[in-house]
Design a protein around this ligand. Structure first.
Ligand code: HEM
Length: 397
């Protein structure tokens, strides 16, 4: 269904400014949207997005979860690891990877996350005016993932630069640009080195735990581990950094809501959850149909690409009353910000832990702040939403 005047192009820089009015129209006017030009379908209602997430047999991950042609088909597993697999392959790898990525391993990271947060925060606060993303929030998640994997501090800036290049999209280019390709290759090469090193000598890190992970005699190959490490830096880095920036920005735009966690740190989880719902860092994911799917009076033919609009589902008034209100009191339990079903985000506890620690450390030191909206700049990516630059000025307690 394509309606006059209603176009949804996820590569469009203008859409990145504010996709929510377009999502609202999609939910109302075209719940089964088809884009003839780019050749994909889009689902925007909460019920449809959740149903598709859970119906893995008809909405397959095996062709990848990105609309980019270069990350689709055979290339998908290389760049998205077990995210680009269906059961039983996915079950096997998720079970093995989960052995190294246990809740205990994540919880144990808290003191180190706090230490890293303080290291980045103190110099920024001394300057009083700083870029919330570039000088602070953007640095932490890569540090955390790096600590888990076993990447030495000296290499982390380069890794962050590569990871940013992998997700950046050029205006008018509907695929991975050459610099993104090169950055992917550099990351693969880098992690191949890490895995080879740990094969020779184990350390106390996730890479070593994955080399030793075993389930009924089954083990991960080196290529599978390298692919998983690649997924960790892409899935775990930018999403979390952007969540922090979004939390900072939306609290600033809504002073009444901002006042709540600043008065009572126990409200920080509500701040995090409502930000994830209201303006989450993962906006959409692609699937490929394995059979004809009938929906809203139309048919998605087998083999077509379908995007599940997480950002639109999280603003569906059928589930979230007054959805365009940023409201720390609301019930966010139905949000789909971390997906749903078999591929539910493996890093969700880690992302929540990082966000809580960072915001706790911030409000312990800052009494209030301003954001320079004119200096703010968004990232341009098909599925990651958030700021590349977010200048802020803080008042210390
Ligand atoms: C705010 C931060 C984050 C958001 C919004 C987010 C979002 C998501 C979503 C929506 C999915 C489902 C993908 C799908 O169904 O196709 C997913 C999967 C995944 N995420 Fe996250 N994520 C975040 C942080 C992290 C972190 C910190 C890590 C790890 C370091 C991580 C690792 C993963 C992995 C490994 C998967 C694949 C799971 C599977 O296929 O079984 N994520 N994430």
């Amino acid at each position: 269904m394509t309606l006059t005047g209603l176009r949804f192009n996820p590569y469009d820089y203008e859409l990145h400014d504010d996709p929510y009015p377009v999502y609202a129209r999609l939910r109302e006017e075209a719940p089964l949207y088809h884009d003839g030009e780019l050749g994909f379908w889009a689902l925007s209602r909460h019920a449809d997005v959740v149903a598709a997430f859970r119906d893995w047999a008809r909405f397959s991950n095996a062709q990848g979860i990105s609309l980019d042609p270069a990350a689709t088909g055979a290339a998908a597993v290389r760049t998205a690891s077990f995210l680009a697999m269906d059961p039983p392959r996915h079950d096997r790898m998720r079970a093995l990877v989960s052995r190294g990525f246990t809740p205990r391993r994540v919880a144990e990271l808290e003191p180190r996350i706090r230490e890293l947060t303080r290291q980045h925060l103190e110099p920024a606060l001394e300057r009083q005016r700083f870029d919330f993303v570039a000088d602070f929030a953007g640095k932490l998640p890569m540090d955390v993932v790096s600590e888990m994997i076993g990447v030495p501090p000296a290499d982390r800036d380069e890794l962050r630069r590569w990871a940013d290049l992998v997700i950046h999209r050029e205006d008018g280019v509907y695929d991975v640009p050459p610099a993104g390709f090169e950055a992917s290759l550099s990351l693969f090469e880098y992690f191949a080195g890490t895995v080879a090193e740990r094969r020779r000598r184990r350390a106390d890190d996730l890479t070593s735990a994955l080399l030793d992970a075993e389930l009924d005699g089954d083990r991960l190959t080196d290529d599978e581990i390298i692919g998983f490490l690649f997924l960790m830096v892409i899935a775990g880095n930018d999403t979390t950094a952007k969540l922090l920036g979004n939390a900072w920005y939306w609290a600033w735009r809504n002073p009444d809501e901002r006042a709540k966690p600043f008065a009572d740190a126990a409200r920080i989880p509500d701040w995090v959850e409502e930000t994830l719902r209201y303006d989450g860092s993962t906006q959409m994911l692609a699937r490929t149909t394995t059979a004809d799917v009938e929906l809203h009076g139309g048919t998605i033919p087998a083999g077509d690409r379908v995007v599940l609009l997480i950002g639109a589902a999280n603003r569906d008034e059928r589930v979230f009353p007054d959805p365009d209100r940023y409201d720390l009191e609301r019930d966010t339990s139905q949000f789909v910000s971390f997906g749903s079903g078999r591929h539910f985000c493996l890093g969700a506890p880690l992302a929540r832990l990082e966000a809580r620690v960072v915001l706790e450390e911030l409000i312990a030191r800052v009494s209030d702040y301003d954001v320079d909206v004119d200096g703010a700049r968004r990232v341009h990516s098909v599925n990651v939403r958030g700021f590349a630059a977010l200048p802020t000025e803080v008042r210390r307690r």
